[in-house]
Design a protein around this ligand. Sequence first.
Ligand code: FES
Ligand code: FES
Length: 161
Amino acid sequence: MTASMPLSLDVNGERVDADVLPRLNLADFLREHLKLTGTHVGCEHGVCGACTVRFNGEIVRSCLMLAVQAHHGLVETIEGLSDSGEISDLQAAFRDRNALQCGFCTPGILMAAQDLLKQNFLPDREQIREHLSGNYCRCTGYQAIVDAVEITARARKGRAS
Ligand code: FES
Ligand code: FES
């Protein structure tokens, strides 16, 4: 029988300590141990992007990362970004532009879109598509998602100038 390992990390600004099996992936740890179910699990092999979270400031696919690899790290989930207000304008744009339907892909897409907007204040539509190309959506056809990200980028630029 495999022994559990101690895990200590920061999740959305709060210290978390746990004992986990070494094979437990980060997505399952967030969802099942911490009940942070905004991180979705679709393909479980790194393709769909539904499980996207931030780890030490970079977006990662949490289905491809073991929970123990996050030891002493900083994890931010969609709940953290939402509660802090960091993406409130992006979320509003998604609502206004009908950029979500079933919503399964939405947390991962919001994480990826915010990652882009932090790196590039005014991406063009091609850059938005490129950055979101690792996030699958089965409902929207992507057009409205690109619209929402583009509108948010312009609004942020307007507020900054
Ligand atoms: S569930 Fe992780 S990439 Fe699909
Ligand atoms: S809104 Fe349903 S998968 Fe994207």
